[in-house]
Design a protein around this ligand. Structure first.
Ligand SMILES: C[S@@+](CC[C@H](N)C(=O)[O-])C[C@H]1O[C@@H](n2cnc3c(N)ncnc32)[C@H](O)[C@@H]1O
Length: 287
């Protein structure tokens, strides 16, 4: 798969502009954001800030339920696409207490500051270097990611690939940019049967299209054009396609709002699940 165009001054672009990972980290209480990222958030209209806070919080809680669910099923190998910055309950922190000889974790991100923080997270937790890797790659180049992940992950055993709040940073498909459904299918093709791919993705489907929340969500997505990670809302049908193009089959939780996915306490949200503006699904690689 061809990589889409990247400017030569790549690192400077991430240092001199707000980035998705650092904005998100600030919103959910993680580390590593800078004043440029915090300024992006405080500069947003209050309604857009509310959408961002709900979406980020619901995404993180949903991601944690996906991690808990797959760990309960005995999964020990994880590839975290668009891993984001360290935070209290991040994946390295969750896996560390039970880390065994067969645990593997690969974190992938294209923000060099996220990559630096995650490398040091691994040092701080003393994760074994041959079983933990942080890869500075574009998740839309699955061949490059999978190639590098293979130095750590045993692809003959089941793997969980997490793609939480990352595929909506893929621009609309064009000749040099793959369709996200094809990207997911390529990841699925590298995994043995029984492996899983978890996705959360921004959408306004399910909201009243003329209502305040949908309008704020569209405006917020447009604001991300000012960051290193312009955002794309996708329809439920487009997100569903990510689970049907390759060898995946959606699990019993279905494609649901991130706030509701696998959540027994959804009634406690105090608002409609769709207001998270995120859809979530977990697909299993077929036999
Ligand atoms: C909103 S954060 C989500 C972090 C984490 N996955 C979570 O759900 O808690 C999105 C992360 O994806 C990363 N990202 C966005 N586009 C990417 C790409 N094309 N390749 C690699 N990482 C990317 C960003 O740098 C950021 O750290």
């Amino acid at each position: 798969m061809t990589r889409y165009e990247e400017p030569k001054d790549r690192n400077l672009r991430y240092i001199n502009n707000p980035t998705a990972g650092r904005i998100y980290s600030k919103v959910v209480g993680g580390q590593g954001s800078y004043s440029i990222d915090r300024g992006f958030i405080t500069g947003l209209h209050k309604d857009y800030q509310d959408v961002l806070t709900n979406a980020a919080g619901d995404n993180m809680a949903c991601r944690n339920r996906m991690i808990a669910h797959t760990r309960e099923q005995g999964f020990e190998q994880f590839i975290d696409l668009g891993c984001g910055l360290p935070m209290k309950d991040d994946l390295p922190g969750i896996l560390t207490p039970g880390w065994s000889d067969t645990t593997r974790l690969v974190c992938v991100d294209n923000d060099p500051i996220v990559v630096a923080h995650m490398i040091h997270r691994g040092y701080d937790l003393e994760l074994p270097r041959q079983h933990f890797a942080v890869i500075d790659e574009d998740v839309y180049d699955p061949d490059a990611v999978l190639d590098r992940a293979a130095t750590v992950v045993d692809f003959s055993r089941p793997v969980v690939v997490l793609a939480n709040a990352v595929f909506h940073f893929l621009p609309p498909a064009r000749p040099t940019v793959p369709d996200p459904a094809d990207v997911v299918a390529r990841y699925a093709s590298a995994l043995c049967p029984g492996s899983m791919i978890g996705i959360t993705h921004a959408t306004t489907d399910g909201l009243d299209p003329t209502g305040k929340t949908a309008e704020a969500a569209r405006a917020l997505a447009a604001e991300y054009a000012k960051t290193t990670h312009p955002a794309q809302l996708r329809t439920r049908a487009e997100i569903a396609q990510m689970f049907t193009t390759g060898e995946l089959e959606i699990t019993e939780h279905g494609l649901d709002y991130a706030s509701a996915w696998g959540n027994p306490d959804v009634g406690e949200l105090g608002r409609a699940p769709a207001t998270s503006c995120f859809l979530a699904g977990l697909g299993v690689v077929r036999e």
